[in-house]
Design a protein around this ligand. Structure first.
Ligand code: DHB
Length: 505
């Protein structure tokens, strides 16, 4: 009996010394107290755990850390109900160090809601280390994504030590960061990433997340050029002012798009097939819904930009008193009276159509369009490398094409092909490839996707296809194209946080 007890004590000592030396174990006592003052004057105090390495085999110590924030007032929410907002600061596919909370965006708001906040750093364009005198680019695809996955694993691995519930992780990012958030949502626990994560010394835990928040995701990169030209080609000789060589490239890219659209087998909400033939009508429904909501909220939309409306005549005085038919025979019925006047929505115009040439030309006047190819431009018509070319480049810092089309234009070799190694990296960076026909365990259950109605950084097809594919597969998708929004994120935080609260209710 006695020697059994000693054996047990010995075993416990070994286990605890493994833990004591486990570099991925979270230390709840190693924090600083910090605070933020919100715009309404409320002071949020929180424990700040900063500069935590989330992998064992650190390649780039400047970026492979996370910051974690735990508000002191967690609003008495039991821990299993406390979500974790995992916000990335990736932009332009650039490397981003671990971030700190800000009152101006979702990070401060998350703390004020009593959520746990994690802002990991990630390698990306521009991150380098020097190895034996040689400069090595550490941020080539898919390394930035692998870092965010490793940070997610850290949260799961330490679920019992970190307040909040690692089964309620909401990823959040904008633009390239929106793409990263979409990838985290779509590729949770996918085995293809396992060998890389193992090599990095990521925690042996899940990298799945509960929900993915994607603002204007710059994603589906290997199809984004054709989608851009298919949509915006109608402006080539107008506001876009392309020259003949550019128009030829635009036309060739656009011609590839219908086959891609058809290959997605998308369905609208009534279950009807969405094909290249009816796609523009499908897309119209999103722009019309956006304009309609804006009008309802009292926004003025100029008549010149292609939002076609049926304008209801203003009710006459007699009509407003209820003694004469209203609306010139339109079906909306009598005006709803509010404070002696018909409610504003009773004046709302019906959006009946979108004149695409006018609307897309309007978008192009807000921010000039990218020239073709919009993403894989490297070496085509003499263009230099884009952020996307750099992220698909090699560790020596040489950018790379990532579509056969641009590779062939660049090299002048019409038989050139992408290497299998590069093809694999391109696949690992495209969330569309991981969304099947049905719900997969490991993919985020909930999605919040936004793309501004005047955002031309990528084609509207990109977020619409992402949202539709997810919705068709059975995920919970909240997608909207907010009116008058340019390429930006973290707006309308009330809407976002109401949605978050609904998903965890
Ligand atoms: C971003 C914007 C782009 O237009 C692009 O091609 C890639 C990234 C960004 O803002 O992150």
């Amino acid at each position: 009996m006695k020697h059994k007890l000693f054996a047990l004590i010995g075993l416990m000592a070994t286990v605890s010394s493994i833990h004591a030396t486990d570099p991925l174990k979270f230390d709840p006592d190693n924090y600083e107290l910090k605070s933020l003052t919100m715009p309404d004057g409320a002071k949020i105090e929180y424990k700040a755990y900063e500069g935590i390495y989330y992998v064992k085999n650190i390649e780039d110590s400047a970026y492979q850390t996370l910051n974690l924030y735990v508000p002191l007032d967690r609003k008495d929410r039991p821990d299993e109900k406390t979500p974790i907002l995992m916000r990335n600061n990736v932009g332009g596919y650039m490397a981003s160090p671990a971030g700190t909370p800000s009152v101006a965006d979702a990070t401060g708001r998350a703390l004020s809601e009593g959520f746990i906040l994690c802002i990991p750093g990630a390698r990306g364009n521009g991150s380098t280390v020097t190895d034996n005198g040689v400069t090595v680019s550490t941020g080539i695809a898919p390394n930035g994504l692998l870092d965010l996955k490793a940070a997610t694993r850290y949260l799961h691995y330490n679920d019992n030590l970190i307040p909040g519930n690692s089964n309620l992780i909401f990823t959040d990012g904008t633009s390239a960061g929106g793409a990263m958030s979409a990838l985290q949502g779509a590729t949770g626990d996918v085995r293809d990433y396992e060998p890389y994560l193992k090599k990095m010394g990521a925690a042996d835990a899940s990298d799945a997340v509960f929900a993915s928040i994607c603002y204007c995701p710059i994603t589906d990169l290997n199809h984004a050029d054709m989608e851009y030209e298919w949509l915006y080609g109608c402006t080539n000789t107008g506001v876009r002012h392309l020259d003949a060589a550019q128009i030829a490239v635009s036309d060739e890219l656009a011609a590839q798009c219908p086959a891609y659209i058809n290959s997605l087998n998308l369905k609208d909400t009534n279950g009807n097939s969405v094909t290249a033939d009816n796609y523009m009508d499908f897309l119209k429904t999103f722009i019309m819904a956006s304009a309609h909501k804006a009008l309802e909220e009292g926004c003025e939309i100029p008549d010149t930009i292609g939002i076609v409306r049926y304008q209801k005549p203003r009710p006459t005085f007699a009509q407003r008193l209820g003694s004469a038919p209203v609306n010139g025979g339109m079906p909306a019925g009598r005006p709803v009276m509010e404070g002696g006047a018909p409610r504003k929505t009773e004046y709302t115009d019906y959006v009946t159509d979108v004149d695409w040439v006018k609307y897309l030309s309007y978008v192009a006047t807000q921010t000039p369009l990218k020239t073709p190819p919009a993403f894989d431009a490297y070496g085509v018509l003499g263009a230099s490398a884009t952020p996307e070319n750099r992220v698909f480049g090699n560790t020596e810092g040489t950018p790379s094409n990532f579509t056969e089309y641009s590779l062939r234009k660049h090299t002048g070799n019409d038989k050139a092909t992408l290497s299998p190694e590069l093809q694999n990296r391109i696949k690992l960076m495209n969330p569309m490839d991981f969304i099947g026909d049905t719900v997969r365990k490991g993919t985020a259950e909930h999605w919040y996707i936004r793309h501004g109605a005047k955002d031309r950084d990528t084609s509207f097809l990109v977020p619409v296809n992402l949202a539709t594919k997810l919705s068709n597969a059975g995920y919970d998708v909240n997608f909207f194209i907010p009116w008058n929004r340019p390429h930006s994120g973290d707006y309308n935080l009330d809407d976002l946080f109401n949605w978050i609260q609904e998903t965890i209710r």
